[in-house]
Design a protein around this ligand. Structure first.
Ligand SMILES: [Zn+2]
Length: 97
């Protein structure tokens, strides 16, 4: 199942924007910019990788919003959380009634 990436979302009462942008440093595929409340993703990436990159940046956004600075600085854990969220969103089926 494909994961839809939102254009906007709210995290802890702050409105965030998600956009494709070429204003990323070389070798950087996504960025979580707290000062502008935006997640920027490199355009032209494979769909699954774009989804994973978004969820990685969303994990930074959540960790930052919760004040989990040590966790936020741990790229391995952030990426593992993004990957776990990706697996959940890709494989969820049915609806609990
Ligand atoms: Zn990161």
């Amino acid at each position: 199942m494909r994961v839809s990436i939102p254009a906007r979302f709210t995290m802890m009462n702050r409105r965030w924007t998600v956009r494709l942008g070429t204003d990323l440093k070389k070798g950087v595929d996504g960025e979580c910019r707290y000062e502008h409340a935006e997640i920027v993703l490199r355009p032209g990436m494979d769909k699954k990788y774009t989804e994973h990159t978004f969820l990685h940046e969303l994990s930074h956004c959540i960790a930052g919003a919760l004040g989990w600075e040590t966790f936020n600085a741990d790229e391995g854990k952030i990426d593992a959380l993004g990957g776990a969220l990706h697996q959940f969103l890709q494989t969820k089926t049915g609806k609990l009634e």
